[in-house]
Design a binder for this molecule. Structure first.
Ligand code: 5GP
Length: 192
């Protein structure tokens, strides 16, 4: 049988805008497994509801869900923040709301990246008002030193330098979400 993990991808398929690797695939996957194991311990006997923030958190959420050995449920929200392409303004609009009622549920917000923290602060306030039994945050990436809002992150993946990154769900104009690692984005080199 063919090895399902074997990939043969041509060199340079990512394009010229991809800079140095910030978190490689192996390190990323190992950390996601650790986070899943911690959530499994912390929520033993309960069925947490993972709320993914579309679209950036979709790859992280799907790997994290498989790393949790509990009955989990999934729901998704899509938000758009007003601002330039690479900087959020903190004014958030819900583009797609949750399907499920959060009352009495143990909710874990699964976020791709915390930059200023404004998006997460908004989401937390919004979901807390729906009367969950508990509300926690699991964020894959946290940019060092940039949070203008104090965050209480129960589960953190990696602290990274304050530069724009892509991959593993994170995009620029919908590209690069399928990179299996996190890399710096070289602005101005995107001609691919
Ligand atoms: P915040 O509100 O924390 O400033 O920004 C959070 C949102 O901005 C993230 O959910 C993500 O959509 C976007 N974002 C922040 N930093 C980056 C980055 O380095 N790369 C990409 N692709 N998106 C980012």
């Amino acid at each position: 049988m063919a090895d399902a993990n074997a990939t043969s991808r041509p060199d340079g398929w990512e394009g010229p805008a991809i800079g140095r690797v910030i978190v490689d695939e192996e390190t990323l996957q190992a950390r996601v497994r650790e986070l899943g194991a911690r959530i499994t311990d912390d929520y033993a006997g309960r069925a947490p509801l993972l709320v993914g923030v579309l679209k950036g958190a979709c790859l992280f959420l799907s790997d994290l869900a498989r790393a949790i050995s509990l009955p989990v449920e999934l729901d998704f929200m899509a938000v758009s923040s007003y601002g330039s392409a690479t900087r959020t303004s903190g004014v958030v609009r819900i583009v797609k709301d949750l399907d499920l009622d959060l009352t009495g549920r143990h909710v874990i917000i699964v976020e791709d990246i915390v930059d200023s923290g404004l998006t997460l602060a908004y989401l937390r306030r919004n979901l807390a008002a729906r009367h969950p039994a508990s509300l926690a945050v699991c964020a894959l990436l946290i940019k060092e030193g940039l949070q203008t809002v104090e965050q209480d992150l129960a589960y953190e993946g990696f602290r990274i330098p304050p530069e724009f990154v892509v991959g593993y769900g994170l995009d620029v104009a919908e590209r690069y979400r399928n990179l299996p690692y996190i890399a710096a984005y070289l602005e101005g080199a995107a001609g691919a």
